[in-house]
Design a protein around this ligand. Structure first.
Ligand SMILES: NC(=O)c1ccc[n+]([C@@H]2O[C@H](COP(=O)([O-])OP(=O)(O)OC[C@H]3O[C@@H](n4cnc5c(N)ncnc54)[C@H](OP(=O)(O)O)[C@@H]3O)[C@@H](O)[C@H]2O)c1
Length: 256
């Protein structure tokens, strides 16, 4: 088995400045992909680039952008088309928790911002990148979801609704591209040691949670062009069941 299963692959990671996105960017780059890393915080992206250069000898492409602005996403799609003509891997990790509050008390701006970033930007990414995915011989768009999408929880209204919408969106898209080599994946990381989790659970000891780096090998597995990823993956199940991704038959890959 080669150490560079993603050699020659073009991968874009959103939310790459910290947490799960950052860990995914490092893992993809170490597996040989060229990574375009995006987030709002330029300094954190530069630090990530320094780390990846030190580990792999290869630079990242860095894009500082707010994803709630759909025009930024469209410009990114156009730039990818011009430079590479395709996109092989997307890890869409950028999101916000928003305030945890009873639904009747949610501020209108907080609701709008959470839905715009977590849901509308995901649709906009698909809209802008679909032609690029279709030009890849094995595109793997991976979207970070949460168990609250399937098990709504008091006070998590805006975030939970945004993730439920994301799951409906990605499942719909997966059906639409079933006849192509595009295989969208929903990835539920479970609780991870990140800033978002600390915001949600301030009383929790972060050391009890997995480091996002533990997700890296799974992200690389899902991104591989020589394997058919399942449409939904839970990190916890993957970790508990021996860290293997069960390949699925091509005909059922996008419809479960
Ligand atoms: N951590 C968990 O326990 C957990 C559990 C289930 C699901 N998830 C999901 O996993 C994904 C990653 O979560 P995380 O815990 O790693 O979160 P995090 O540590 O808060 O990181 C969020 C990332 O999103 C970027 N971001 C935030 N707002 C943005 C905006 N308006 N435009 C562009 N980028 C923006 C942030 O970078 P900048 O601030 O630099 O822009 C940061 O890189 C999310 O989709 C989350 O819902 C996490």
């Amino acid at each position: 088995m080669t150490n560079s299963p993603l050699a020659g692959r073009i991968a874009l990671v959103t939310g790459a400045s910290r947490g799960i996105g950052r860990a995914s960017a490092v893992a993809l780059a170490e597996a040989g992909a060229h990574v375009i890393a995006t987030a709002r915080t330029e300094g954190a992206l530069t630090e990530l680039d320094d780390e990846v250069r030190a580990r792999t000898g290869q630079p990242l492409s860095l894009v500082t952008a707010k994803l709630e602005n759909g025009g930024n996403i469209d410009r990114l799609g156009a730039a990818l088309f011009e430079r590479w003509g395709r996109l092989d891997v997307l890890v869409h990790a950028a999101a916000q928790l928003g305030p945890l509050s009873p639904v009747g008390h949610l501020d209108v701006r907080d609701w709008d911002k959470t839905l715009t970033l977590n849901l509308t930007a995901s649709w906009r990414l698909i809209r802008s990148f679909d032609p690029l995915f279709r030009r890849s011989e094995a595109a793997r768009p991976i979207f970070l979801t949460s168990s609250v999408a399937r098990r709504p929880r008091a006070f998590w209204g805006a975030y939970g609704v945004s993730k439920a919408g994301l799951e409906a969106l990605v499942t719909t898209y997966a059906e639409e591209v079933d006849h192509t080599p595009v295989r969208p994946v929903l990835l539920d990381p479970g609780a991870m040691r990140t800033r978002m989790r600390a915001e949600a659970m301030p009383g929790e000891d972060p050391i009890t949670l997995p480091d996002p780096a533990e997700l890296g090998p799974l992200v690389v597995d899902l991104a591989r062009p020589d394997r058919e990823p399942p449409p939904f993956v839970s990190f916890r199940v993957w970790a508990a069941e021996g860290r293997g991704v069960e390949p699925v038959e091509p005909s059922s890959a996008a419809s479960a």
